[in-house]
Design a protein around this ligand. Structure first.
Ligand code: URA
Length: 459
């Protein structure tokens, strides 16, 4: 013990005249004690500057995994992580800026629909989004499927686009929450990703650093989501809402279903086309309803009136075409070819298509949504590793989903790829994702709960 302590003395950090050793902090957390704000600040600072090594931080992460953190500790951890890099100052943009974060899913192209809806109703969206990895897609990849579209803008371009048209969506810039980047990579290899305090601080540190005044969280639940059960999703949502409000940002979380792919399209240009159809009022019912609910809550967070009034405005933005015009305006402002928004047939065509026909008869009783995402990834639509190159036109259009009656020979899905040899593996994964039942199936609601600082409302 004494030997270990003297070795760790090298990593001691002086704070307010007290020596704070990482060893002692690990010991404290191991016994379930609460870390103070200063201890958390020192630990994160030390980890980012390299004075706390990976082996000690790994041990701390595992202690947090088993012992958890109080709401206050999680908020302090989030703030320390947010302040480890640039804190974006959006005061150069007029009005209340509202952000949205989805915990990730399959077929989730909501940002491309709700950001234009909110901007068409007078809201302001200055949003940074990420790239996809594994079975989940990323908004930036979908945007880059639009010919010419730039997702890296200068700060001046970003601010002036939002001030002029009400929205801009760009990739995450260089030094946003570097502590999260380093910690996430460590969690990934130490089996400590699935911890509610660690997930919530990771997500919220980036949201706080990104600078918006209020935040809508779309917390996914089900087989395609991080959180597989409704109870865990609600716990994660409660923690993130508490962090946002603690930091002075109005925050609401909506828990939405990811036990079924969202909409029918999975894949980058396929999803952009579905987003355009939705803005024209011809999108899939499930996806359209989720978008309307999310956009309504974002407008509410923007101070545009009560929820009924905000919903009416959102619906009108589809009927009068103003939301579609906003998407075209953003594409144009970011260097893209806006003519594809009005004529999606202009998107690059897929080289090969393949129809997956059902060999079974019955009702689709469940879809393993993670496997649907993987079936699309192997066609080239997603990244297996961070270095994978995407095929924007590849992906899947689902023809049958949970609750549908299927006969032998019916088309379950159409696959798109630029290499025909990719179809076999994708087909096998997709077939295994479907479960059938001889009894009709009652689909569960798309929006399962809402979490605000005042409590949880289950639907
Ligand atoms: N997304 C994040 O940004 N962080 C996590 O820990 C999990 C999902």
């Amino acid at each position: 013990m004494n030997l270990e302590r003297s070795v760790n003395k090298a990593h001691a950090e002086e704070r307010h005249g007290i020596f704070m050793r990482m060893y002692d902090l690990i010991e404290k957390k191991k016994h379930g004690e609460e870390l103070t704000k200063d201890e958390i600040m020192a630990m994160i600072k030390g980890y980012v500057d390299g004075s706390v090594p990976d082996y000690q931080m790994s041990s701390m992460l595992m202690a947090i995994y088993f012992q958890g953190m109080t709401e206050e500790e999680t908020a302090n951890l989030t703030i320390a992580m947010a302040h480890s890099g640039d804190m974006v100052d959006l005061s150069g943009i007029e009005g209340i800026k509202v952000d949205k974060h989805s915990t990730g899913g399959v077929g989730d192209k909501t940002t491309l629909v709700i950001a234009p809806m909110v901007a068409a109703c007078g809201g302001k969206i200055a949003k940074m989004s990420g790239k996809g990895l594994g079975h989940t897609g990323g908004t930036i990849d979908k945007m880059e499927a639009i010919p010419g579209m730039r997702t890296a803008l200068t700060q001046e371009e970003f601010f002036s686009t939002v001030n002029k048209i009400g929205l801009s969506v760009v990739g995450q810039s260089g030094n946003l929450a570097p502590a999260d980047k380093k910690l996430y990579a460590l969690r990934d290899v130490t089996a400590t990703v699935d911890s509610i305090p660690l997930i919530s601080s990771s997500i919220m540190s980036k949201k706080l650093a990104a600078g918006s005044d209020s935040i809508l969280l779309d917390v996914k639940t089900g087989s395609g989501a991080f959180m597989r059960t409704l109870d865990d999703s609600i716990e994660l949502a409660k923690r993130m809402v508490a962090i946002g409000e603690h930091a002075g940002r109005r925050t609401i979380a909506v828990i939405t279903d990811m036990d079924i792919p969202l909409g029918n399209g999975i894949g980058n240009s396929i999803e952009v086309k579905e987003a355009i159809e939705t803005l024209k009022g011809h999108g899939p019912k499930d996806f359209t309803e989720v978008c309307i609910i999310l956009a309504t809550n974002m407008l509410y967070l923007s101070g545009k009136g009560d929820l009924d009034h905000c919903r009416n405005m959102v619906e009108e933005s589809i009927r009068n075409g103003s939301a579609l015009s906003k998407l075209a305006a953003m594409v144009e402002a970011q260097g893209g070819d806006s003519s594809v928004i009005y004529d999606p047939d202009k998107f690059e065509k897929e080289k090969y298509t393949y129809e997956v026909k059902s060999t079974e008869e019955g009702y689709v009783s469940h879809m393993n949504t993670e496997q649907c995402g993987i079936a699309s990834m192997v066609l080239g639509a997603g990244r297996e590793t961070v270095d994978s190159v995407l095929d924007y036109s590849a992906g899947i259009v689902l023809k049958k989903k949970t609750g549908d009656l299927v006969k032998v020979g019916d088309t379950l899905a159409v696959l798109y790829a630029s290499k025909a040899e990719l179809f076999d593996k994708s087909e096998e994964i997709l077939r295994n994702a479907y479960t059938f039942s001889s009894e009709p199936v009652i689909s569960r609601p798309l929006v399962l709960a809402k979490v605000t600082i005042d409590g949880v409302e289950k639907y």
